[in-house]
Design a binder for this molecule. Structure first.
Ligand code: ASP
Length: 435
């Protein structure tokens, strides 16, 4: 029988009707054996996520203020779910325990984790699956770093001994038993850990969209859904701003060669997006486009510098000392351009520029702020050069000045810099070429 790990996000488990949809999806395929649950998310746009309510409880508890009414509201969300599912669940005991821990020694991660803990327990009871508490199997070190080796071993041990299970997402524990969460959206990471641990055939990530979009829908009207994308392409688009999965969720499964399938709980018949090792059999020359604003470029020029060694290293070291990681470093004959985040650059800007002047004595130094970067990817694209030329032509014809071009060899992997004010127009222009 196949082994499928399914992670259901907050909106997929926001209320009882969503639980019924989840049960139908799980029961539709006997391979769907290991289910990772998030805390109840938003039921409608202005709703509040249970995790946010729990953070609020912690904040009040930490200030020794009354968190009772907020915790009561959390309890009501769960009670409503339990009532409509028609299952028995001792909510009073659970809430009393949370309240007493928060009163005695409030801990932020403990508070936040209770949304996943309760939701997974309720789902386990509803599906008739055993509940697995990640506090026992997802390990962090004393200083809070994720311990992948111990976790994968222990998670593999417990899950392979169970025919099926519901695992709470988002958290684990330190050696002293104190709860530690991943960063927000971290149930994706728990799902990936479980998929790697059981060597799943596929990791299904169920959410409220029918896959990853080829462009930002706030900018482009009705962008197409990406049917297939490689891990590498996903990494580039996510880094550049496309949000679909927690970034730490990719490594455990990509290392094990397990495909990820992004699916829609509200439209389970849609095939969604497959994230795979390579994208053979592609339908589109371009997989997608994404970008980021808030960048600056520092360009340094010095005659004959390319004949020597160490110029770029010295330049990058100045940024490193100021804790400004570079996004891109483009070198030409005797010129170097470093792309950095404006928010990290702004405070120490004058000192950084003074240090560059002193260390490198450049012939020319230019700073451009308010830039954006746009990445276009299409691995294995047969016409990478042709598409690149068409994109650059279209951007040029739209009257958008391109300040930097960075093109990977072979596959289509183009990153261009345009002024922030032209960002949306550039994305729309590029999408017009690639759709
Ligand atoms: N519930 C957590 C959050 O809201 C984790 C998750 O949903 O993955 O960030």
């Amino acid at each position: 029988m196949s082994k499928i790990v399914c992670k259901f996000g907050g909106s997929s488990l926001a209320d009882a009707p969503q639980f019924f949809k989840v049960a139908e999806i799980v029961n539709a395929d006997p391979g769907r054996r290991y289910i990772v649950a998030s805390a109840p998310g938003k039921r409608y746009p202005v709703d509040v996520k249970v995790t946010d309510m729990l953070y609020k409880c912690y904040e009040l508890a930490a200030k020794k203020r009354d968190f009772g009414p907020v915790l009561h509201e959390v309890g009501e969300r769960f009670r409503y779910i339990i009532h409509n599912l028609g299952i028995g669940f001792d909510m009073d005991t659970e809430l009393d325990l949370i309240a007493s821990v928060l009163k005695a020694a409030p801990q932020r991660d403990y508070a936040a984790s209770r949304g996943e803990y309760l939701n997974a327990k309720i789902l386990a009871s509803f599906l008739g699956f055993p509940f697995v508490d990640p506090a026992d199997y997802v390990h962090f070190t004393d200083d809070g770093a994720y311990d992948s080796e111990r976790t994968e071993r222990d998670m593999a041990d417990v899950l392979t001994g169970l025919p099926n299970a519901v695992i709470a997402g988002f958290y684990g524990a330190r050696p002293d038993g104190s709860i530690k969460t991943f960063s927000r959206g971290g149930s994706d990471v728990t799902g990936a850990i479980c998929a790697a641990a059981v060597r799943a055939d596929i990791y299904e990530n169920w959410t409220d969209v029918s896959g990853m979009l080829a462009a930002d829908p706030r900018i482009v009207m009705d962008p197409r859904i990406i049917d297939r994308i490689s891990y590498r392409e996903l990494r580039i688009l996510s880094y550049m701003g496309a949000s679909v999965l927690h970034t730490d969720a990719v490594l455990p499964v990509s290392r094990a060669g397990i495909p990820i399938n992004i699916r829609n709980t509200n439209q389970p018949e849609d095939p969604g997006t497959m994230i795979v090792t390579d994208t053979y059999d592609r339908r589109y020359a371009v997989t997608g486009v994404a970008g980021r604003k808030g960048l600056s470029v520092v360009q340094v020029e010095k005659a004959m510098v390319s004949d020597g060694a160490g110029f770029v290293a010295i330049l990058l070291d100045i940024f490193r000392k100021h804790r400004i990681p570079f996004e891109q470093c483009l070198t030409g004959i005797d010129t170097v351009s470093v792309v950095i985040r404006s928010d990290l650059f702004r405070a120490g800007k004058e000192r950084v520029l003074a240090e560059i002047r002193e260390a490198l004595v450049p012939d020319m130094m230019d700073v451009k702020e308010d830039l954006s970067m746009i990445a276009v990817v299409g691995e294995g694209s047969r016409d990478a050069r042709g598409v690149t030329i068409r994109i650059l032509n279209a951007v040029e014809q739209a009257g958008i000045p391109v300040s930097t071009i960075n093109q990977g060899a072979g596959d289509l992997n183009l990153i261009i810099g345009v002024p922030e004010e032209d960002y949306e127009a550039a994305i729309r222009t590029i999408y017009g070429v690639i759709k």
